[in-house]
Write a protein that binds this ligand. Structure first.
Ligand SMILES: *[C@@H]1O[C@H](CO)[C@@H](O)[C@H](O)[C@H]1NC(C)=O
Ligand SMILES: *[C@@H]1O[C@H](CO)[C@@H](O)[C@H](O)[C@H]1NC(C)=O
Ligand SMILES: *[C@@H]1O[C@H](CO)[C@@H](O)[C@H](O)[C@H]1NC(C)=O
Ligand SMILES: *[C@@H]1O[C@H](CO)[C@@H](O)[C@H](O)[C@H]1NC(C)=O
Ligand SMILES: *[C@@H]1O[C@H](CO)[C@@H](O)[C@H](O)[C@H]1NC(C)=O
Ligand SMILES: *[C@@H]1O[C@H](CO)[C@@H](O)[C@H](O)[C@H]1NC(C)=O
Ligand SMILES: *[C@@H]1O[C@H](CO)[C@@H](O)[C@H](O)[C@H]1NC(C)=O
Ligand SMILES: *[C@@H]1O[C@H](CO)[C@@H](O)[C@H](O)[C@H]1NC(C)=O
Ligand SMILES: *[C@@H]1O[C@H](CO)[C@@H](O)[C@H](O)[C@H]1NC(C)=O
Ligand SMILES: *[C@@H]1O[C@H](CO)[C@@H](O)[C@H](O)[C@H]1NC(C)=O
Length: 752
């Protein structure tokens, strides 16, 4: 003990001098969470565990950290080190330890929310569901907001025994019981970090989900069959996850929507220890270089153990915003389904129009007067306060589009004046139309024009609606899929040389289980709840891919995470159900691989891809060497003090290609790749080159001949441009064999 903490005083003086701080009294320092990487080869052997070593380090600080809660987590697999609540001076003191590698202050992040199995081509009697027995025996670890164990989606009906290799726990709660079973085989809570940071006001220790996010994502990945599920009659059908035969383990990292790094890292550490096969993360932090990105660091350790890590790309909807894009992660964007929720209106002249609606009950409006504004502009746009009960009570009211007034305000004005229903004209479908306070149909402006013409011509006394029907689900919507407007786009802000996202999967209006305590809709004075709800986000598309990865793992247990991703990517499609390139919902123009990566997931094809682009641990090490990271940075991400950089290069054996050119003179870039034959012993593949304006590429050799399964062959792709082309241009390399395998890769040129 000392009376003068001289060291801190000198540091403070220095700060005063350097920063010109002029208050003489030292402010008490704030505690923050730091993530500290340590070189475990320097752990004195007197410490039996890392945790006792970490505790001793904390206790030996000059302003000792006695409170045992200051150590949040000691990590074993994801990294060597710990997270702790420290003052900045304590953090700098730790930095002087010879075993210290790197420290960074914790950041917070968020969850990515704002008839899918059939749409994806999965059928009971054949294909991937049949071959994988629905993913039997595979364990999917969900890093999310908890789970509602009593949901029918987590019933153990028909499930096999818990695999004997499983080491996970089911954390019971002191508040209310939490049961696990043969479907939901584990559930644990990791919210110490967010509690310490004041980001969680929930003192609970239960893995139970109070947000709905984790229940939705887990039932999407591996929910059991539940017939008759729907959100108030929309999307009615059998709810089931992508891998209904797989087991689920929940690692709860969020009780209030925000998440912090120390918790997510602890959850990933535990999932590796427990023995999951797939990890699914529908969440993320602001993109940073890999050596500071805890999801990148944690997943590289998972990949080393053969665990597939699937993560959301994020919901920023803009170019250069992909999250979780390290090349060992499978990064997922979102697409639409071929399903829409509609209502129809038939006018007095027998014309019928279809529009969008999610009004939550089966309403039928019969033979009702139609009202349209009486030539008063404010009435035609249903401006709040403009309508009167005398005019509109009991009528169907048309509201013109006016960007300054939202459909929610319009519906509110109609509800206040007792209208029977609304026809709201809008060319975009706003988020949350299931929250409109009156039965409403959103109609396109072209249909709107016909209805307004009828209403004006027929006149107030005669204009009528014969029938309006709500709660209809229609399938086969064209074009589908489209890239969801909110889905984060490439290039990856951290490393634009690797195409991200990798793939898209359904993420718009996905029906899955939620806790019955979550309000789905507020309507009049009622709060409506449902056991199943439609959610949208890359949070929803990610568990689709995790579920399909589980099915592939069941069929091909020997495949590496990179092999599974390669199979998903090279069999994905980029042509929609109307025969054209996937549309970008944000612009209504054809999308590019920066929006949809290799394309939309196609599970049955992924089962038998023909060739795979594999990457082993050393492949990722060489990739990191090529990024020019220094020793400190390499140690932080590799958890090793030695590695082999003999073959460094920024390229990695990826199933897609990106060439970045910045001059207007002719440009060229070569890529080398190795493919492994996972199809028939004897196969001959020919290269098919598809290019578009502004670029071309050649392949050498153009024929690959295999005589054995698992045989490898090399080839080179040379991309050329002749002068400055458009900012984004792309083509496809397809290896095609005699048995119908088509192994497709996008080849993208970015000109800046
Ligand atoms: C279903 O799987 C079984 C074995 O897993 C296989 O024998 C059978 O041919 C498959 N059926 C179809 C239609 O693919
Ligand atoms: C879980 O805790 C509850 C009390 O909250 C208890 O009744 C129940 O038996 C416990 N369940 C298990 C499996 O330990
Ligand atoms: C509308 O259809 C009904 C029955 O099909 C028919 O009786 C009526 O004449 C039609 N009205 C008009 C305006 O075409
Ligand atoms: C419409 O309402 C606004 C706001 O109440 C008012 O300023 C404006 O004069 C009205 N326009 C017409 C044409 O009545
Ligand atoms: C919305 O109303 C304002 C007047 O209140 C008008 O100036 C504007 O053009 C209208 N916008 C549309 C899209 O109709
Ligand atoms: C389908 O494609 C055709 C041309 O190929 C186009 O004219 C039509 O508008 C498309 N339909 C939709 C719904 O996009
Ligand atoms: C992409 O984002 C990164 C980081 O946010 C930034 O440094 C980079 O300049 C951006 N690239 C483009 C092409 O906008
Ligand atoms: C490596 O770079 C980091 C910055 O990311 C720097 O703080 C550190 O001192 C460097 N380490 C070495 C060994 O050069
Ligand atoms: C590094 O890798 C190369 C080949 O990839 C190998 O020849 C060399 O022996 C390795 N070095 C060490 C120290 O493992
Ligand atoms: C690509 O490889 C070819 C053949 O090996 C070589 O002639 C060419 O110079 C290479 N181009 C680049 C940009 O490295």
């Amino acid at each position: 003990m000392s009376f003068c903490n001289c060291h801190h005083f000198i540091l403070y003086l220095l700060l005063v001098l350097l920063l010109g701080v002029n208050n003489a009294v030292s402010e008490p320092e704030e505690y923050k969470t730091y993530i500290v990487h340590m070189d475990h080869s320097l752990k004195p052997s007197s410490f039996l565990t890392h945790e006792t070593w970490h505790r001793t380090i904390l206790q030996s600080l000059s302003k000792p950290v006695h409170d045992k809660d200051m150590l949040l987590y000691s990590y074993n697999h994801v990294m060597h080190g710990f997270s702790a609540r420290l003052t900045p001076s304590q953090a700098s003191e730790i930095k002087r330890s010879p075993a210290h590698i790197a420290t960074h202050e914790e950041k917070s992040g968020k969850l990515f929310t704002t008839h899918s199995p059939q749409f994806m081509g999965l059928r009971h009697s054949s294909g991937l569901w049949n071959a994988s027995s629905y993913g039997e025996g595979v364990i999917i670890g969900m890093i999310d907001s908890g789970v509602w164990p009593e949901s029918e989606s987590f019933s153990e009906k028909g499930m096999p025994a818990v695999p004997t290799r499983w080491k996970g726990k089911c954390q019971n709660s002191t508040i209310n019981p939490f049961p696990c079973n043969r479907k939901l085989i584990g559930a644990q809570v990791f919210i110490k970090g967010s509690q310490a940071a004041g980001e969680s006001d929930s003192p609970d220790d239960t893995p139970r989900d109070f947000l709905g996010h984790g229940t939705h994502t887990s039932s999407t990945a591996a929910g059991n069959h539940v017939p008759g599920a729907s959100q108030f009659g929309y999307a009615q059908g059998v709810a089931r996850g992508l891998a209904p035969g797989a087991h689920v383990a929940m690692y709860k990292v969020s009780s209030g929507g925000s998440i912090v790094e120390s918790d997510v890292l602890a959850a990933m550490d535990q999932a590796i220890t427990d023995g999951v096969d797939i990890m699914s993360l529908s969440l993320g932090f602001y993109p940073t270089p890999y050596f500071q990105d805890i999801i990148a660091i944690g997943s590289l350790s998972a990949i080393e153990k053969g665990i597939v890590v699937v993560c959301s790309a994020g919901n920023n909807g803009l170019p250069n915003t992909t999250h979780n894009a390290a090349p060992w992660i499978t990064t997922v964007g979102a697409g639409t389904l071929d399903r829409s929720f509609t209502a129809t209106v038939t006018l007095g002249n027998n014309q019928t129009f279809e529009g969008e609606s999610k009004f939550p009950s089966r309403v039928l409006v019969l033979d009702t007067p139609l009202y349209y504004g009486k030539g008063d502009f404010n009435k035609t746009i249903c401006r709040p306060g403009a309508l009167s009960e005398n005019d509109v009570f009991g009528k169907v009211v048309i509201c013109d589009n006016n960007n300054s007034i939202s459909v929610f305000e319009q519906a509110g004005e109609l509800a206040r004046n007792g209208a029977a229903a609304g026809i709201l004209i809008s060319d975009s479908i706003p988020d949350g139309i299931d929250q409109l306070s009156i039965p409403s149909l959103i109609l396109s402006s072209s249909f709107g024009a016909s209805i307004k013409k009828y209403a004006t011509e027929a006149g107030d006394d005669d204009a009528r609606v014969k029938i309006m029907r709500f709660v209809l689900t229609s399938f086969g919507t064209k074009p589908a899929p489209q890239v969801a407007g909110f889905s984060s786009r490439g290039p990856d802000p951290i490393n634009p040389n690797i195409l991200k996202p990798d793939i898209i999967a359904p993420g718009v209006d996905v029906l899955a289980a939620i806790p019955p305590t979550i309000p789905v809709q507020y309507f009049d004075n009622y709060v409506l709840a449902s056991d199943y709800a439609l959610y949208s986000g890359t949070s929803m598309s990610t568990p689709h891919v995790a579920g399909v990865a589980a099915l592939l793992k069941a069929v091909h247990p020997e495949w590496s995470p990179a092999a599974i991703r390669s199979a998903l990517m090279t069999t994905a499609y980029s042509i929609d159900n109307n025969g054209t390139t996937l549309t970008d919902q944000a612009t209504n123009l054809p999308g590019t691989p920066l929006d949809y990566g290799a394309g939309h997931i196609n599970p049955n094809k992924a089962m038998d891809p023909g060739l795979i682009y594999d990457i082993d641990w050393q492949g990722y090490v060489e990739f990191l060497c090529g990024l020019g990271y220094n020793d400190t940075e390499m140690k932080a991400i590799l958890r090793q003090s030695q590695w082999n950089c003999s073959h460094e290069g920024t390229d990695v054996n990826y199933p897609s290609f990106v060439a970045m050119f910045s001059t207007s003179s002719p440009n060229a870039k070569n890529f080398t790749r190795v493919v492994t034959n996972v199809g028939d012993d004897q196969s001959v593949y020919h290269a098919v080159v598809e290019t578009t304006y502004g670029m071309t590429f050649t392949v050498e050799p153009t024929t690959l001949t295999f005589t054995n399964k698992y045989q490898k062959q090399n080839f080179m792709v040379s991309v050329q441009t002749y002068g400055k082309g458009p900012p984004v241009t792309y083509g496809y390399l397809k290896w095609v064999d005699q048995n119908g395998h088509v192994v497709a890769s996008p080849v993208v040129v970015l000109n800046s």
